[in-house]
Write a protein that binds this ligand. Structure first.
Ligand SMILES: Cc1cc2nc3c(=O)[nH]c(=O)nc-3n(C[C@H](O)[C@H](O)[C@H](O)COP(=O)(O)OP(=O)(O)OC[C@H]3O[C@@H](n4cnc5c(N)ncnc54)[C@H](O)[C@@H]3O)c2cc1C
Length: 379
């Protein structure tokens, strides 16, 4: 038996023994995700014990180094763990912007002290993070951001406003882009971390078409931030921001794999045109799965072109929007249900509209692909 086969059988046995039955049921609503953080109310004992068991082994972040709370697994072992979790339908133990976005940026740009301080807390789900990038006048043109951090000797003084900050009202800390110099657009940005309970931070939830309020306007009025909470060099935060965006896009591209991809088995409407659309979707979905496996392997090995994350983000989110539209169409008048579990279909469909905006719009991704991958003239 190869080492990897031995790892698979040990992992399978461990998951069988430690993944509670409830954590193998399909996600029914937003509340089924475990986000962790200091104010997190576990939905059940099963949700708590599943997070604790996985965090104990470093398996919330299986491929991070064990010194920083990770599992220290190789890429091949990480893939096996994911396959074995998928085999029993195990839920991800922790949904976290710390894992998918900030962690990789800290691993690359953080000081040793920052890594040892923040990464294990992220791995254990102790800090819930939000992302302070977009501003009322800076979305696609992110480097136009105006939130200011002034150097006051022993601290930064932050003033300004962010918008569309997902879960800002629930997050413990924020990773935030601020302007520390006005001399250069891209060269005057720094990447700050701070506690959302710092005096001067306030949030105002925004109600969405789906009926939920997952994101907020976020205000900073004379917020004092300790000097050592800058990641990377002062005025060079754009490098950190871009690197993190690549990881955000990689994470969002996973939406293309939602629902296991194929719709064929789930929906067999009588309408032949709709059946044809579903078949075409299933073919594209299989192609996306194959492309995704190749991309993730290259991305984790540091071999992917940075703009590939844009390609995958674009393909995955457009696919997910198509998937949700087909699920609605196949459901007929049942799709109009709004309340309770039945309403998930309509709410998911409406939520999917945001996929091609969050993490950079589809138009912006197409622009990046045209310029950096296709090298089209004038792009
Ligand atoms: C569900 C969701 C969650 C989000 N969560 C967060 C978060 O947690 N933190 C955060 O900081 N932000 C978040 N955002 C904000 C998101 O990053 C921005 O909405 C996005 O970058 C677009 O910026 P904008 O809304 O200002 O639109 P704009 O930049 O004003 O764009 C408006 C339109 O113009 C188009 N456009 C703009 N520039 C170009 C161009 N150069 N070429 C072609 N077309 C162009 C865009 O594609 C778009 O269609 C979230 C957004 C959504 C929908």
């Amino acid at each position: 038996m190869s080492d990897l086969d031995a790892f698979r059988s040990k992992t399978r046995a461990w998951l069988e023994a430690n993944c509670p039955a409830e954590m193998r049921e399909a996600i029914r609503s937003e509340e089924d995700y475990c986000w962790g953080g200091r104010n997190w109310q576990f939905k059940s004992d099963a949700q708590r014990s599943w997070l604790e068991a996985m965090a104990e082994r470093g398996w919330t972040v299986p491929d991070w180094p064990s010194d920083y709370g990770g599992g220290g697994l190789s890429a091949a072992e990480t893939a096996v763990l994911k396959e074995e979790m998928a085999r029993i339908g195990a839920r991800t133990p922790l949904a976290s912007f710390g894992i998918s976005m900030l962690g990789p940026a800290l691993l690359k740009f953080g000081t040793e002290e920052q890594k040892r301080h923040y990464l294990p807390q992220i791995a254990r789900g102790e800090i819930r993070w939000c992302q302070g990038y977009s501003e009322p006048g800076a979305g696609s043109d992110l480097a136009g951001l105006q939130t200011k951090a002034e150097d006051k000797g022993d601290h930064w003084l932050v003033n300004g406003q962010k918008v569309w900050t997902s879960y800002a009202d629930k997050a413990d800390w924020i990773f935030c882009l601020v302007r520390t110099s006005s001399e250069s657009k891209h060269g005057g940005i720094s990447f700050l971390l701070f506690d959302m309970e710092t005096p001067g931070v306030s949030t105002k939830p925004i109600l969405l078409i789906s009926g939920n309020s997952p994101f907020c306007e976020t205000f900073f009025d004379d917020v004092k931030v300790p000097k050592d909470q800058v990641v990377g060099e002062v005025n060079k935060g754009w490098d950190v921001a871009k690197y993190l965006l690549g990881h955000e896009r990689e994470m969002i591209s996973g939406m293309g794999l939602a629902g296991g991809g194929s719709l064929g088995a789930a929906a067999k409407p009588a309408d032949p045109l709709l059946r044809a659309d579903i078949s075409a979707f299933d073919v594209d979905s299989l192609a996306f799965q194959a492309m995704s496996e190749r991309f993730i392997a290259m991305w984790k090995a540091g071999e992917a072109h940075p703009a590939m994350a844009s390609m995958m983000k674009y393909a995955g989110t457009e696919l997910n929007k198509r998937r949700n539209a087909l699920v609605m169409a196949a459901g007929g008048s049942d799709s109009l249900a709004w309340d309770g579990g039945e309403g998930k279909r309509a709410r998911d469909w409406l939520r999917s509209k945001g996929n091609s905006i969050e993490g950079g719009t589809s138009e912006i991704q197409l622009g990046i692909i045209a310029k950096h991958i296709l090298r089209l003239p004038g792009a």
